[in-house]
Each structure stands twice: as C-alpha cells, then as structure tokens.
Design a protein around this ligand. Structure first.
Ligand SMILES: [Zn+2]
Length: 216
C-alpha cells in the first residue's frame, strides 16, 4: 500500500495540530486540539466518547466497532512546550524534515495512525476486530487522570500500539522506560542536610539506575 500520495494532506493536518500548541495544563487550548482529533476520527466513521476532566483537557475515546479482541491505539494530545513557544519555534519544513513543538512527540504519530486507518478503509482492508483509539491529555504530567481509562481499555484489547515515535532506524519499539515519583521529607541543618540528601539520591540511583536531575 503506497501512502506517499497522502503526504501533502498529512503535512497539512500535522501543521494544524502543531499550530495550536497544547501544554498539559492549558485545558481550553488542549480541548481545541481535541476537537480537531475528534473531527478527524468522526470523518473516518468512529464513535466518539468524551471523558471530561476538570484540570486537564477532555480525554477522547474513538471506536471503530465494539466487542472483544480489539486493537488499542494510544496517543496523547498534550506537549511539554509552553504557550507562546510557536513564536520562536514555529512549524517549518527544511531538508525533508519537519520541525516544531510536538512534531515528534507525538502529533506526527497521531497523523500517521489516522492516515493508516483512512488508507485501510479505502483499500477495504480494515481488520475484522474492533479498533479503539484513546487520546489522553495528561501524558506529559504522568497520565494521572487517564491511567484508569488506559488500564480499562487495555484489558478489553488484544493488542495495544502507542503512537509515540520509533527509534531512529524506524524499528518498532516494544518497550519504553517508565516514570515514577518519589516524595521525601527530611529535617536537618543546611548544608549537612543537602549533602545527606544528595548521598541518599546517589544511593537510589545506583540501586535502580534512576536518572536524576543534573542539579541536585
Ligand atoms: Zn510522548
């Protein structure tokens, strides 16, 4: 299946998604992006379910068919970039590459999967099993509002594919690093306290290969 003829419309949609910008905690802006993704999935015949959240953007579930053995596609709408970054880092094409906030992580992934579904439909090759796409809006903050939904949808699915970028060679990635949060409270006198805290963190790092911030 040759998808190269679709490149111009893919780039146009990617630009539309990137030009909105979508920092995790800018709920209204993220919802504008969500509306575009909902529009695109509806165009492809999906049934949409919106799960509203009060402090992050609405989470979107798009379903093509119902029933067991679904293929689950997971993507996130939010990015780490603050509002206003587009002034200094606009969407641009250069040397056959596209640059801009969220292009790699992960708005191009959203465009690729939407395009793949459109192409499968046109070729009449949609899988016999249902497809569910879930778009969360708090991934960059740890998916604290969407974890429950992801777990529920994953249990209903036979296969889950995340739209995050592959490695530079284009291979399918079958695992990723995870994140965790540690909370520590200490009492003492500075700078002894700071020095001791640093020792504890270094110990943790050697124990579990945890990445620490460059400045402690
Ligand atoms: Zn990502």
């Amino acid at each position: 299946m040759d998808l190269t003829t679709r490149t111009p419309e893919m780039i146009a949609l990617l630009k539309e998604l990137v030009d909105i910008g979508s920092p995790t905690h800018e709920r209204t802006v993220v919802n504008r992006l969500g509306a575009i993704v909902a529009r695109e999935t509806k165009k492809l015949g999906a049934e949409i379910e919106i799960v509203s959240k009060s402090d992050v953007g609405d989470q979107i579930i798009a379903r093509w068919g119902q029933g067991p053995g679904a293929i689950l596609l997971i993507g996130h709408l939010d990015t780490v970039y603050p509002l206003g970054i587009l002034a200094s880092m606009p969407f641009k094409e250069k040397d056959d590459k596209i640059f801009g906030p969220g292009v790699l992580d992960m708005k191009s992934g959203l465009v690729i999967t939407l395009t793949a579904i459109a192409a499968l439909q046109e070729a009449d090759q949609m899988p016999a099993r249902p497809i569910t796409a879930f778009y969360n809006t708090d991934e960059e903050a740890g998916s604290y509002e969407s974890r429950e939904i992801i777990e529920k949808l994953a249990k209903e699915a036979e296969l889950a594919l995340v739209h995050e970028p592959s490695d530079p060679e284009g291979d399918l990635l079958t695992w990723r690093k995870g994140t965790g949060k540690l909370k520590s409270r200490s009492r003492g006198v500075l700078p002894t306290l700071a020095a001791n805290m640093k020792k504890v963190l270094m110990r943790l790092q050697s124990w579990r290969s945890i990445s620490l911030p460059s400045k402690i």
